[in-house]
Every structure is written in structure tokens, then in C-alpha cells.
Design a binder for this molecule. Structure first.
Ligand SMILES: [Zn+2]
Ligand SMILES: [Zn+2]
Length: 141
């Protein structure tokens, strides 16, 4: 369980306890990928973890860079940061709501050029890309 090792290390480094609710929430994030926060809270309640605990853990995870927010269809979702999932982007389908992970060497390379043109250093980036997925595209023809 390499992801849990990174997670435990991050908490320890910050002087935070690796409590069982925190571990349970982390495991749910590993399993459910990008998830809408109220949905995560609801799921954890079913495992007898109250909403205050989940909200507090989300706040802590965000501060420690364990999770990040992504926006899809105007909704804010949380997912594990690049330390756990590797760097990637999402495409959101406006019709069926599916979220597709992808990475693109071409995008990453263009950003290096953009940074050089602007004379800046880019330390992180997120892209919001939406449209119709392959299936919905076919259905609409
Ligand atoms: Zn779709
Ligand atoms: Zn990227």
C-alpha cells in the first residue's frame, strides 16, 4: 500500500495523528477518485464517521496538499493530489457527467513555452476541459 505510506508520512511530518477516521476517508478517496464533497460526507456517515470529522479531515488534507479541488460542471470535487495519482487532467462530459482522466505531453510542453514567453515559473496548473464524450458524441449524431 504505497499510497498509504505516503499519506502516513505526510501526516507524521505535519505532527498530525493517523486516526482511523482519517485513514478511512483517505481510503475512500483512493477508491472513489474525484468525488463531490457532500457525497463523500454522506458515504462516510454510512461508516459511522460524522460529517464534522469528514469536513475537518478534508480541510486538513487540503492544507497538507494531500488532496486538491477540481471543478467540473460548476461543481467542486476533491481528489488526491499528484503525489498519489501522478499528474493528469480531466475531461468532463456535459451530457452524462463522466470524468475522463488523461495526460498530454503536448500540453505540458506548451506550458513550458508559455512560461518562457511570460518570463514566469509555473509551479502548478489545472485545466478545465468539457464537452461531449465519445459515446455522447455518437448518440447526438
Ligand atoms: Zn458522455
Ligand atoms: Zn498538466
Amino acid at each position: 500500500m504505497q499510497k498509504e505510506t505516503i499519506f502516513a508520512g505526510r501526516l507524521r511530518q505535519a505532527g498530525e495523528r493517523i486516526s482511523s477516521p482519517r485513514l478511512a476517508i483517505f481510503r475512500m478517496l483512493v477508491r472513489k477518485g474525484p468525488i463531490y464533497v457532500p457525497r463523500l460526507v454522506e458515504t462516510m456517515e454510512r461508516s459511522a464517521i460524522d460529517s464534522a470529522t469528514t469536513y475537518r479531515s478534508i480541510k486538513l488534507f487540503r492544507e497538507l496538499g494531500i488532496i486538491r479541488d477540481i471543478v467540473a460542471g460548476g461543481k467542486r470535487l476533491v481528489e488526491l493530489s499528484d503525489d498519489y495519482e501522478g499528474h493528469h487532467h480531466h475531461f468532463w462530459c456535459r451530457r452524462c457527467g463522466s470524468l475522463i482522466d488523461f495526460d498530454s505531453a503536448a500540453i505540458e510542453k506548451s506550458l513550458v513555452r508559455v512560461a518562457a514567453d511570460l518570463g514566469v515559473t509555473i509551479s502548478s496548473h489545472q485545466l478545465e476541459i468539457s464537452g461531449l464524450c465519445a459515446r455522447c458524441r455518437t448518440d447526438s449524431q
